[in-house]
Design a protein around this ligand. Structure first.
Ligand SMILES: Cc1cc2nc3c(=O)[nH]c(=O)nc-3n(C[C@H](O)[C@H](O)[C@H](O)COP(=O)(O)OP(=O)(O)OC[C@H]3O[C@@H](n4cnc5c(N)ncnc54)[C@H](O)[C@@H]3O)c2cc1C
Length: 502
């Protein structure tokens, strides 16, 4: 075996698939009996639930555009896999306490909707977007598949993508800037500022001052260019495609295979010890577990400089979640749309746990996700991990906390409570347990200007990391990019060049 990957999140599967494609012998060890981590799907009584992501862009080949900028799609392409997706617009509805409005992918239609609420604010939003888009235009010319996490990235990019790099030069100050600084320079309208708060929060889990400008530039540019789409079969279909791609190129996936420890000898990784006592050996180990879990649980204290452990523990973590997964009766809901964001109380900050709820009803795009005459619903909101215990009050606390999610759902489906045929409430403990994540966190809360996401390298020779606690950060495209950067770093530039030429 050349490489062991701990965890089958999208970061782990993209790294493993690419390395298998490069000809390495790869095995992925996944603790859960379902692959996919935060992006896994699970089935109950005929309902197919997404456990996490449902908002996707640039996944299919039928957009009419030759190149997708989504790193996940670039990996699927080289693995020989594709997805069938449903395109939809508006991409969602935002519901504030006094106003609801549709959000369209196309920026022109977005301004038109904004102008109905605040004509001046719509103009300011346009200026805000115009400040960010040149950065997107520059980023767009460099495929994520070319990225790696060492100096060799420089000659590779200069040799192939010089015009895009030159286009990047005047935008360099924006690369490190926060969205907050761009917003302060362009937007006064309080309502539009709140809207930008919400867009940033949905993307990074942070407010504009904490969110980096390239992230929002990319989101605005890309959703207007290619629109949004949902994969038929749900997020599980993405995971199945990645697993098929891995296996097509000779890689292996073991489910229910919990790694207890990374084995280090004389400062080098030599393999892993599984929970069942079995030892797997390989000179390269890639951890898709979070930075907190990798450095604090999977390594012996003596194998890691204590400064690294302390730094890992000090990485700020975004809160965890309350989840409400419902199967509901669909009669009379013919005009229902699939994505909604509800802010319960305008007086409270949108980041206050329970105040902002995300709602996804993917059976409006793929009827096979629910039994006939029914819809499948996933609603979630931030919730701190601290204080949750499986004690005698656990069930009651769960029910009380789920109330915010029901209230949010009532904005979209007023008689939701009468429609429920299946109800699953998840808490931060559920999230931490099924995703094997430290405190069930959404990921690192590293604010713009206050540090950067750690790279794929670790202080231990042969040990690498991928996923949302490495560069470039949280979200499906970002974690796929982390998998690419790690895999490319482990092969030579010529091999990556061959893939790019395909
Ligand atoms: C509710 C929610 C909604 C989201 N919505 C979106 C969205 O719409 N669009 C978007 O782009 N992003 C979204 N995201 C973010 C995105 O889903 C995540 O950032 C991404 O999927 C994380 O992938 P990852 O590779 O970092 O790791 P994870 O998904 O955390 O996977 C890590 C894997 O490692 C396994 N593992 C850990 N420790 C061990 C061990 N010791 N042994 C074996 N296996 C182990 C875990 O079981 C897990 O399967 C959402 C996230 C959540 C939680």
């Amino acid at each position: 075996m050349d490489v062991i990957v701990i965890g089958s999140g999208i970061g782990g599967l993209t790294a493993a698939g690419l390395l298998a494609r490069y000809g390495k012998q790869v095995i992925v060890c996944e603790s859960h009996n379902l692959a996919g981590g935060a992006a896994h799907s699970f089935r109950r009584r005929g309902f197919e639930f997404d456990s996490g992501p449902s908002f996707y862009c640039g996944l299919s080949s039928d957009s009419g555009l030759s190149n997708s900028l989504n790193p996940l799609k670039q990996v699927l392409d080289v693995l020989g896999e594709s997805l069938t997706t449903v395109r939809y617009d508006p991409l969602g509805h935002y519901h504030f306490p006094t106003v609801s409005f549709p959000v369209y992918s196309s920026s022109d239609r977005y301004y038109q909707e904004l102008a109905k609420i605040t004509p001046q604010g719509a103009k300011e939003f346009h200026h805000f977007e115009q400040r960010l888009l040149p950065l997107y235009q520059a980023i767009k010319g460099i495929p994520s598949l070319a990225l790696r996490a060492d100096w060799q990235v420089i000659p590779l990019l200069m040799g192939r993508y010089l015009p895009s790099l030159l286009q990047m030069l005047p935008n360099l100050p924006l690369v490190k800037a926060s969205v907050g600084s761009v917003m302060d320079a362009t937007v006064n309208d309080p309502w539009v500022r709140k809207l930008i708060d919400l867009e940033c929060f949905l993307l990074s889990g942070l407010k504009p001052n904490g969110t980096i400008a390239p992230e929002v530039a990319f989101m605005l540019g890309e959703r207007s260019r290619v629109g949004v789409e949902y994969p038929l079969g749900g997020s599980g279909a993405i995971i199945q495609a990645l697993v098929r791609g891995l296996e097509r190129w000779g890689g292996k996936l073991r489910l229910g295979c919990h790694v207890e420890q990374i084995i280090v000898k004389s400062g080098k990784t030599v393999g892993v010890k599984l929970q069942n006592g079995e030892i797997l050996r390989a000179p390269i180990v890639i951890s898709n577990a979070s930075i907190w879990d990798t450095y604090n649980k999977l390594l012996h204290p003596q194998d890691l400089p204590s400064s690294c452990r302390i730094a890992a523990l000090a990485t700020p973590a975004v809160d965890s979640f309350m989840h409400l997964h419902l199967g509901i009766k669909a009669d009379g809901l013919e005009n229902l749309t699939g994505h909604h964001v509800v802010v319960n109380d305008n007086q409270q900050d949108i980041t206050v746990p329970g105040n902002t709820s995300m709602i996804s009803i993917p059976s409006v795009w793929d009827a096979n996700l629910a039994p006939s005459g029914h819809h499948v619903v996933h609603t979630y909101t931030l919730e701190p991990y601290a204080g949750w215990k499986r004690d005698t009050e656990y069930e009651q606390r769960k029910r009380t906390k789920a109330e915010n999610l029901y209230r949010a759902l009532e904005r979209v489906i007023p008689d939701i409570r009468q429609r429920v045929v299946l109800e699953l409430i998840g808490t931060p403990l559920t999230h931490a347990h099924y995703l094997r994540r430290y405190q069930g966190t959404y990921g690192p809360g590293i604010a713009a200007g206050k540090g950067k996401f750690p790279s794929t390298h670790t202080p231990i020779q042969g040990l690498y990391r991928v996923g949302d606690s490495t560069m470039p950060g949280i979200g499906v495209p970002a974690v796929a990019a982390s998998g690419i950067m790690c895999a490319n770093t482990l092969v030579n530039v010529r091999q990556t060049g061959e893939l790019l030429n395909n």
